[in-house]
Every structure is written in structure tokens, then in C-alpha cells.
Ligand binder design. Structure first.
Ligand SMILES: Cc1cc2nc3c(=O)[nH]c(=O)nc-3n(C[C@H](O)[C@H](O)[C@H](O)COP(=O)(O)OP(=O)(O)OC[C@H]3O[C@@H](n4cnc5c(N)ncnc54)[C@H](O)[C@@H]3O)c2cc1C
Length: 350
């Protein structure tokens, strides 16, 4: 960590979409920023790379290059057993992207700027109220600290904020030999409890995955059920390695004096859909604006949290519906055949 300074106005821990966006917005000021990422390279992360309507619009405003969009979908297929409904949104509704490319693109926007030092292979090994220690060696002081360090956030731990509710998502990445062309969501209580399985086609690969809550199942059981389902669906997972990563959705606030939490560190992802990239970007931007202007009042954060709570209420309803869950799923797949119902459900989930 050559030439690292002893003090920065803002230290951001973690260079996922949240940390990178926060750094970009802070660069509009003359604040001295340090961004540290413990991985060797910025970008790649276990993720299905699905962006819904609002993320697409958000990234469009940032001039996200069209060529980084791997696949575009104007419709979503909901399936329960043999029942199948295709909801056509008529215009682009979901895009898939590569997380690696998103990270590289975000990084390019902040690289080689005077006010920022970016270090990879740099892990925050100790956090304190006015300093952090990096790689057990470098002590750096700060005025503001931003925890953008994902689900296992060290900054969150320092703040003594528990993570009681989180989900675990897993996926397999397969080659997509044009077999998978549609974006599909599968509902089935026995296989996926109150959650769902997804098929998210990318340009040359496809992400097929699902999730579970550790309170209700184990990784082993969930994967066994998933395999039973993939066999029925004629999806060949032979020799494929499962990728597993938790998603924190236990949101308990973001502003803790001169310390902030953003993205998965704050628990901003949706507990129901697992979507978290948009929330990470928005929190990154809004917290940067809050640091730059103490009077700044975000309009986007309350809106985003309302949607998150609405989706999680739907999830709780599905959980408590117990033995009736499959009937509810059948009902959903039937009712979304009515165009207004289909579009309303998609709006609620995206
Ligand atoms: C299987 C799966 C599928 C998903 N699919 C989707 C999807 O289709 N669409 C969607 O919107 N969301 C999806 N998500 C959720 C999404 O990946 C996350 O919500 C999103 O990555 C959160 O961004 P972030 O910047 O907050 O955290 P992250 O992307 O996790 O970034 C945090 C960064 O901090 C670094 N870090 C951690 N600790 C330290 C430390 N001590 N020092 C330095 N650096 C540190 C990490 O290495 C990491 O790079 C999925 C998640 C999973 C697990």
C-alpha cells in the first residue's frame, strides 16, 4: 500500500456497487477519499446480475454503456407446476449484466483522479471510532467512515449492529447454448419454501439459482431440493459448482454519526426478491450527498425502504400461509394472466 496517507476525509471500505458509487459522487467535492477493497480485483461477485426497471433507468442516467447489457427482457414467465404465465411488459423490464463488467466500468469512472486513493488487496482488519487499520499494518484516520463492505460488514460489527435476518442465495452458472431464452421464475413451496427459483439468461451463460432462510432450512437440504427440481426441469448441473453467498436484509439505519452503512452492509437488499444492486447504488449516492451537505434530505431512500418493506410483508404473508402456500402460488400464476394484475405484481417486485 504504497503512498497511503495517514489521514483521509472519507474512508470507504468495500468496492462493490455501493462503495464505488459513493466514491464517484464524493469526487464532485475536493474531499480526500480512500477506497479499499480486500479482493485482488474489483468487480466479480456471486450474483445473478439481474437489473429491474428502476436500476436500468438509474444506470441509463449514469450513461451505462449499452454494450455491457448482456440480455434484455420485456417479459417474465411465472411458473407453478405445469401452470405457466408470461407477463409481457411491452418494453424492457429486466436486463442482465456481468458483475465483473459493472465493477470495472464503475472503477474506470473514478480511477486516476487526484482526490482518491484506491487500494485492492487491502482489508480493513480493525475499525475504531476515528481510525481503521488496513492489512493489520497501516493505521489511517478519518473524518467520515463508510461501511460498504457487504453482508459480513466489519463496520457494522464495530457499530454493534446485529444481523438477525438474512437469506442465503445460491446459483449455478451454465453455458447457455440458446436453450434458455426467457427470464423465468418458479414458485413451489416444497422446493423453494416462500422464495423462488430463477433462470436468468446472460449472453453466453445462464444463472440458475434460488435461496433459503437459515431459520427454516440448511444449505444441504435446500440444494438437495433444488437438484430434485432441476432434474424434473431437465437442467443438467453435472460437474457444476454451486456458488453460495448470504444477503443481509436486516436494515437498521444508515447514519451513525460520522459512520455510515450502505448496500448489503446496511441490509438494504430486498428479503423477498434478493435484489440489492440498485439499493447499493442509491445508498452509495445518497450517503455521499449527505456527507457533502449535512442538510441534504434524501427522497429516494424513504421510497426505496417503502418498497423493501412492502416486498418483505408479502414474504411474511407467504411464510405464514404455511400449508396454503402452494394454493397461493397457483392463484398468483393464474391471476397474473389478467394484464393489469400481472403488471401490478411486476411493479411490486421490481
Ligand atoms: C446468488 C446471488 C444472486 C443475486 N442476484 C442479484 C440480482 O440478480 N440482482 C440484484 O440486484 N442483486 C442480486 N444479488 C444481491 C447483490 O449481489 C448484492 O445486494 C450487492 O452486491 C450489494 O452490493 P454492495 O456494494 O453493498 O456489496 P458487495 O457487492 O458485497 O461489495 C462489498 C465489497 O466489500 C469488500 N469487503 C468486505 N469486507 C471488507 C474489508 N474488511 N475490507 C475491505 N473490503 C471488504 C468485498 O470484497 C466486496 O467487494 C444477488 C446475491 C446473490 C448472493
Amino acid at each position: 500500500m504504497k503512498n497511503i496517507k495517514k489521514h483521509y476525509d472519507v474512508i470507504i471500505i468495500g468496492a462493490g456497487p455501493a462503495g464505488l458509487r459513493c466514491a464517484e459522487v464524493l469526487l464532485k467535492s475536493n474531499k480526500k477519499i480512500l477506497l479499499v477493497e480486500r479482493k485482488k480485483e474489483i468487480g466479480a461477485k456471486i450474483c445473478a446480475g439481474g437489473l429491474t426497471r428502476k436500476s436500468i433507468e438509474y444506470l441509463k442516467k449514469m450513461n451505462f454503456p449499452e454494450n455491457l447489457i448482456e440480455s434484455r427482457f420485456s417479459s417474465v414467465i411465472f411458473r407453478k407446476g405445469n401452470l405457466k404465465t408470461k407477463i409481457d411488459f411491452k418494453k424492457d423490464f429486466v436486463h442482465t449484466i456481468s458483475r465483473k463488467n459493472l465493477g470495472i466500468w464503475q472503477l474506470k469512472r473514478i480511477q486516476n483522479r487526484q482526490n482518491i486513493d484506491i487500494f485492492t488487496n487491502a482489508s480493513a482488519t480493525k475499525i475504531d471510532k476515528d481510525f481503521v487499520i488496513l492489512n493489520n499494518k497501516h493505521k489511517v484516520t478519518y473524518n467520515y467512515l463508510v461501511g460498504a463492505d457487504g453482508t459480513f460488514s466489519s463496520v457494522r460489527k464495530f457499530l454493534n449492529i446485529e444481523t438477525k435476518i438474512f437469506g442465503i442465495a445460491f446459483q449455478y452458472i451454465l453455458k447457455n447454448n440458446k436453450k434458455y431464452n426467457d427470464l423465468e421464475l418458479f414458485l413451489d413451496s416444497k422446493s423453494f419454501f416462500a422464495l423462488y427459483a430463477w433462470i436468468f439468461p446472460h449472453s453466453s451463460t445462464v444463472s440458475i439459482g434460488s435461496g433459503f432462510f437459515p431459520q427454516f432450512s440448511s444449505l444441504k437440504k435446500s440444494i438437495e431440493k433444488f437438484h430434485t427440481w432441476t432434474q424434473k426441469e431437465d437442467i443438467d448441473l453435472n460437474n457444476k459448482k454451486v456458488q453460495v453467498h448470504p444477503i443481509n436484509f436486516d436494515y437498521r439505519g444508515y447514519n451513525f454519526g460520522n459512520i455510515f452503512l450502505i448496500g448489503d452492509a446496511a441490509g438494504t437488499a430486498s428479503g423477498f426478491t434478493g435484489e440489492g444492486i440498485y439499493q447499493a447504488l442509491v445508498f452509495g449516492e445518497e450517503i455521499a450527498k449527505t456527507i457533502l451537505d449535512k442538510k441534504y434530505k434524501s427522497k429516494l431512500i424513504p421510497k426505496l425502504l417503502r418498497k423493501k418493506y412492502l416486498q418483505e410483508t408479502l414474504l411474511v404473508l407467504l411464510i405464514i400461509s404455511g400449508p396454503f402456500r402452494d394454493i397461493v402460488f397457483y392463484f398468483i400464476v393464474i391471476i397474473v394472466k389478467i394484464p393489469w394484475c400481472g403488471k401490478t405484481l411486476l411493479r411490486l417486485l421490481s
